[in-house]
Design a protein around this ligand. Sequence first.
Ligand code: HGY
Ligand code: MN
Ligand code: MN
Length: 416
Amino acid sequence: MTKTASNLQIDSARLWGTIHETARFGATPKGGVRRLTLSAEDKQVRDWFREACEAAGLELHVDALGSMFGLRRGRDMSKPPIGLGSHLDTQPTGGKYDGVLGTLAALEVVRTLNDAGIETELPLCVCNWTNEEGSRFAPAMMASAAHVGDFTTADILSRKDAEGVTVAEALEAIGYRGETPVGKQKFSGFVELHIEQGPLLEAEGKTIGVVDSGQGVLWYDGKITGFESHAGSTPMPLRRDALATLSEIVLAMESIASKHGPNAVGTIGEAVIAKPSRNVIPGEIAFTVDCRSADADIMDALDRDLRASVAEIAARRKVDVALDLVWRKEPTHFHPGFVDTIENAARTLGYSHRRITSGAGHDACNLNTIMPAAMVFVPCKDGISHNELEDATQADCAAGANVLMHAVLALAGVAA
Ligand code: HGY
Ligand code: MN
Ligand code: MN
């Protein structure tokens, strides 16, 4: 029986089931998911996703960076598809919903349209983008960045993880170095569903976030070179202590971000002492910096202030600090027409909603640089994400998937 599109609802239990079925790939004792990109666990979920897409009648292809595309034919195949999806890789302390909700909701939309016998005017393309998280290989949103031309495929294939494994080797190891050239899959636009990863929707009791913008991102690689020496016999004034230096830089980052707040954040998330020993003053440390703001001028100010602070600390402590900007992603302003379409879907479906800026980066932010794109948010418990406690409700996940489906139907059109 062909239901009319207007009263269509996704199958909430089926979506919820897929989220929890795939959470076993990389499940952690604390209830999280550790599924680093291109790992054995990522292969498990990719294999599952491939099978599910093909069972839903999608024509699946994989590009040279492992991104997966499942095409659902439309009546008018002369036009590029509307893309929907997200990512299936997680952080080391990841949860069940970050990226997963958007990717599996895209599959659920297709399953629902199949069940209802609905053909869209434009084709649809369900996507799983490789390495959105940027934890194992930098930068984050790596594959969608290459898709829009911010990086060459060769550059990305040569990126190495902490063990020196390249992206190319990792792709081959799991059998996902595809044939399709990166960027060959064209789109008429892209819509991504994601958990908010922040506290606003829950705090305001809103079910849907209509995402109209996203913060810009600055990523730096840092290296501090001090001087190893004896922890017992080196007088304090003579030390060139790399860890004490980093400690000052961490606190400087915190005060710089607070100074430019509330529209600025700064984090030092990684620090590795080169040759650690309890009774040696640390001489060499590698560290990373992540700064963000929705305002490009504030991003420039964060960069200026951080560099000035690092120079002052280094000079005073007689150490060398190298700070290399390895990635700059400008703030995102999503396509107004797509944003309105999402807002209309939320309103028509009767869900409470508000406009919202994304604090996190997403593949849709990259895609928006070459095509119309926008996002749908749903709340997550206490705004927690990138933490094994990450949680969301079945009702909110279903609401987000319904808004995604009706926005996509409005954008792709329903064949007469
Ligand atoms: O870093 C981010 O914003 C995303 O979670 N990869
Ligand atoms: Mn994500
Ligand atoms: Mn994430």
